[in-house]
Ligand binder design. Structure first.
Ligand code: GLC
Length: 409
C-alpha cells in the first residue's frame, strides 16, 4: 500500500522534532543539521500549519527564543552544544573555530532571509491564538528594526546588505563569488575557508556592522531584500491583527520603499540582480532568485511573461527535467552534481516559484513544478538537493524542505 504524501511529511517532521529546556523545534536533518535554523523553522511552521498548528506555534516560539543583543534573530540556535566529528560536518560544526568566530554563546551571529512574519501570519490565521501572537510580536518587530538599522546600505537605503553569503540562505551561491574574491570554479573547501575568514575578521572587530563588517563584504542581495519587502508587509498585517496601527502604517511604508529601491538599483531591464556595494555594480550571475521577482510581485504582466519565456523556460538557462536548477546552466559555475547551491534543485526555491507563478496566473506551469517536487520525493526520497537532469538525491537525507510540497496549494 502506498503511503499518502501528507503522512510521509507528517512522519518526517515528527522524527526530526526535538525538545530542549521546554522549547520544541525541528532539525532540518538529524545527520547533517542537528540544530535549529531560522528560515528552516519558518518553512517547518508553514508545513505544520497543514496538520499540527501547535507544533507551528512552538517552532516559531523557539526560533524567537535567543535574539542577539541587537534584536536580530540568529540563523542557528545551538540548543545542544555542537558536537565535533571531523569530516562529516560542515562549517557550522567545525567546533572551536566556529564557536570563537560567532563571538556569542549558543547561537550564530548571522541571520537568514525573512520568512518569519509570513510563517507567523499563517500560523496565527490557523490557530486564532492572539495571546501567542502578542507574545511573539515584540521579538519579531525588534528583528525587523535591527535589520533596518544595522544592515542598511547607506547609499542605497532602505535596501539592506548581507555580511556573509550564508545570510542569503544559499551558502555557496555563485552570485557571491566575485565579492569573496573567488573564481567561478573552486573547491567547496576554498569556499568554506573564505566564509570562515570573514567570520574571523568580524569576531576580531566585535561584529561592528557599519565600521567593520561592511568593509569586508557588503552585497545587496536581491533575494534577501525581496523577501524582506514581502515580510515587512506580513508583519504589518500582524500589527493590524494586534491593533498596533502606527506600526502597521510604518511597516507597509517601508515595504513599499524597499520595493521602489529594488527597482531603482537592482533592475537591469530584464532581471533583478544583486549588487556589490564595493564595486557599486550589479552582479550578472544568473541564479534562481531572479524568479523571486514573481513571488514578490515586482513585475508588470509583460515583464513577467518575458522572464518566464526567455529565462525560466529557456533550456540554455533554467529549463531542466526535474524543475528549477539553482544556478543557470549557462553559468561557468554551474555544477549540478555536488555543487550545492550551484545547480542542484532544492525544494524551497520550487515553493517560492510555485507561489510566484500562481500570483501571475500561471497555474498550469506552477503545477508542473509541484509535480517535479513530488516526483523527486517519490523517486529519491526527502533529500536536501537533487540533480536537475537525473533527479538523483544529494546531500542530507531525511531533509525537511520537501514537506513544503504540502503548501503548494
Ligand atoms: C544549508 C543551507 C541553508 C539551510 C541550512 C540548514 O546551510 O544552505 O539554507 O538553512 O543548510 O538546513
Amino acid at each position: 500500500m502506498t503511503v499518502p504524501i501528507e503522512e510521509k511529511i507528517h512522519e518526517l517532521l515528527k522524527n526530526n522534532q526535538r525538545t530542549q529546556e521546554g522549547l520544541q523545534y525541528t532539525v532540518p536533518a538529524s545527520d547533517l543539521y542537528p540544530f535549529q535554523w531560522l528560515w528552516d523553522s519558518c518553512f517547518h511552521a508553514i508545513i505544520y500549519t497543514h496538520f499540527d498548528v501547535t507544533a507551528a506555534q512552538a517552532e516559531l516560539t523557539a526560533a524567537c527564543s535567543r535574539p542577539l543583543h541587537s534584536g536580530l534573530l540568529p540563523h542557528i540556535i545551538y540548543h545542544q552544544p555542537p558536537r565535533i566529528s571531523p569530516g562529516k560536518w560542515g562549517r557550522e560544526q567545525r567546533g572551536d573555530i566556529i564557536d570563537a568566530a560567532w563571538g556569542v554563546q549558543g547561537t550564530s551571529s548571522l541571520t537568514q532571509p525573512c520568512v518569519i512574519a509570513l510563517a507567523a501570519r499563517k500560523t496565527y490565521e490557523q490557530s486564532n491564538d492572539k495571546a501567542w501572537l502578542a507574545s511573539l510580536y515584540p521579538t519579531l518587530h525588534a528583528h525587523f528594526e535591527a535589520l533596518a538599522h544595522e544592515y542598511v546600505a547607506p547609499a542605497y537605503a532602505p535596501l539592506l546588505t548581507i555580511n556573509n553569503p550564508d545570510e542569503s540562505g544559499e551558502d555557496n551561491s555563485p552570485r557571491f563569488d566575485s565579492a569573496l574574491g573567488l573564481a567561478s570554479q573552486h573547491s567547496a573547501d576554498v569556499h568554506l575557508d573564505a566564509r570562515i575568514k570573514l567570520m574571523q575578521q568580524y569576531a576580531t572587530c566585535k561584529y561592528a556592522v557599519t565600521t567593520c563588517m561592511h568593509e569586508h563584504f557588503a552585497v545587496i542581495d536581491f533575494s534577501f531584500n525581496a523577501l524582506y519587502a514581502m515580510d515587512l508587509a506580513e508583519l504589518a498585517t500582524l500589527a493590524t491583527y494586534l491593533g498596533h496601527h502606527n506600526d502597521a502604517v510604518a511597516l507597509n511604508e517601508r515595504s513599499e520603499a524597499v520595493k521602489t529601491a529594488l527597482r531603482k538599483h537592482l533592475w537591469n531591464g530584464e532581471h533583478f540582480l544583486s549588487l556589490d556595494t564595493h564595486t557599486r555594480k550589479q552582479i550578472p550571475t544568473l541564479t534562481w532568485t531572479v524568479f523571486l521577482a514573481l513571488y514578490a510581485n515586482l513585475l508588470s504582466a509583460t515583464e513577467a511573461e518575458q522572464l518566464i519565456t526567455t529565462t525560466l523556460l529557456n533550456p540554455t538557462h533554467f529549463k531542466s527535467t526535474y524543475g528549477l536548477p539553482t544556478t543557470a546552466k549557462s553559468e561557468p559555475s554551474y555544477d549540478p552534481e555536488g555543487g550545492f547551491w550551484r545547480g542542484p534543485v532544492w525544494h524551497a526555491p520550487h515553493w517560492f516559484l510555485y507561489h510566484g507563478l500562481m500570483r501571475y496566473g500561471h497555474d498550469e506551469l506552477a503545477a508542473e513544478y509541484k509535480a517535479a517536487s513530488l516526483a523527486l520525493i517519490e523517486e529519491s526520497g526527502f533529500r536536501e538537493q537533487y540533480h536537475p537532469e537525473t533527479g538523483a538525491g544529494q546531500g542530507a537525507t531525511n531533509f525537511t524542505w520537501g514537506g513544503l510540497v504540502i503548501d503548494m496549494v
